[in-house]
Design a protein around this ligand. Structure first.
Ligand SMILES: *[C@@H]1O[C@H](CO)[C@@H](O)[C@H](O)[C@H]1NC(C)=O
Length: 325
């Protein structure tokens, strides 16, 4: 296996500051993450079964991808968005929550005024832009070129910016706007997608209102807040005793000094073409021919603090007691 393999680190998920005018993201953002199985209250036995089923699904999808792109790179993006963060949107604030995704860019939420029957079921009420004083539409020819920053966009007859965002599990369509977002700590004014049509595999949203992308693209939460790093720490999947996982974006992101050895791996340069430009690539070492491929997956990441240092161009990690954060 002398040929170079490039691995995309998948899991949860460049940067000029865009719409951060009235931002208090200076100290960084902090978000509590809830595993979708915690939210749904699955037992340990059910979780083990779900983890096995998900691994099978992932393998099937990787094999499919390999067929599609040859055996050089394997961008994998599918049902691995398993952590949900709650936030507030608008003025007065409305509750919303989102799956966290390192493998995409756009922040979006399903919208009450346009969804009607074309959106997925979610646990919280749909966000209603008509009852928010802080919502503003993004026009198709906006000076910040936010509309053009989305991979696929169209101009509406009324000058609105229509986008399509596609994922392994399906796609969503809506229009781009800006809103006030408040997280567990930290707030920012962000461009986001107000979704009016959701065509995503049933259950893939896990009751969340939308998605938050942490990718390398201009519309990701990381890029929009001008962050040069983010980190997350996941509590054990099967036995977390109710302790939450956390995500930190910007200044608050760090390996929190648990004392263990720090391992750092430089990112491999990402391709320029969309969507490959979205992902963080790592060199893959230690792949074995014997049928066992060692990949950093969710299980290996528990009780590990991972720091994506985009400024430095490296991923670092250290064992940590994530429940202590
Ligand atoms: C959205 O809010 C407006 C203004 O408060 C209200 O009139 C409308 O009924 C709401 N729409 C939905 C779908 O909840």
């Amino acid at each position: 296996m002398a040929r170079t393999l490039v691995l995309l680190l998948v899991l949860l998920c460049s940067s000029a500051s865009l719409v951060t005018s009235s931002t208090s993201a200076g100290a960084g953002l902090r978000m509590k993450l809830t595993h979708v199985d915690d939210k749904a209250g699955y037992t340990t036995e059910e979780r083990v079964r779900r983890a096995v089923a998900l691994s099978r699904e992932r393998l099937a999808s990787m094999q499919q991808q390999r067929g599609a792109v040859g055996d050089v790179s394997a961008p994998v993006h599918l049902a691995t968005r398993q952590y949900i963060a709650e936030y507030l949107i608008g003025d007065p604030p409305q509750r919303a929550d989102a799956l966290i995704d390192t493998g995409s860019n756009l922040i979006w939420t399903q919208c009450a005024t346009t969804c009607l029957k074309a959106c997925a079921k979610q646990d919280l009420p749909y966000y209603n832009l008509s009852s928010s004083a802080s919502f503003a539409p993004v026009s198709c020819a906006d000076s910040a070129k936010l509309c053009a920053a989305n991979g696929v966009h169209l101009c509406g007859l009324d000058g609105s910016c229509t986008f399509i965002a596609s994922y392994g599990a399906g796609s969503v369509i809506g229009s781009l706007g800006t809103e006030a977002f408040t997280f567990q700590s930290g707030a920012a004014r962000l461009a986001f997608g107000c979704v009016s049509l959701t065509q995503i595999a049933k259950g893939a949203l896990n009751g969340a209102s939308g998605l938050i992308g942490l990718g390398r693209g201009r519309l990701s939460l990381v890029s929009q807040t001008g962050a040069t790093k983010f980190s997350y720490c996941l509590t054990p999947y099967l036995r977390n005793h109710g302790a939450s996982s956390h995500l930190f974006v910007g200044a608050s992101a760090s390996l929190s000094g648990a004392g263990g050895a720090v391992t750092s791996i430089p990112f491999v340069k990402s391709p320029k073409e969309y969507p490959y430009s979205t992902f963080y690539y790592l060199p893959l070492t230690g792949i074995s021919e014997g049928g066992y491929e060692s990949v950093i997956g969710n299980f290996q990441q528990q009780d590990l603090h991972l720091l994506y240092d985009i400024g430095k161009g490296e991923l670092s990690f250290q064992t940590a007691d994530c429940s202590a954060l």
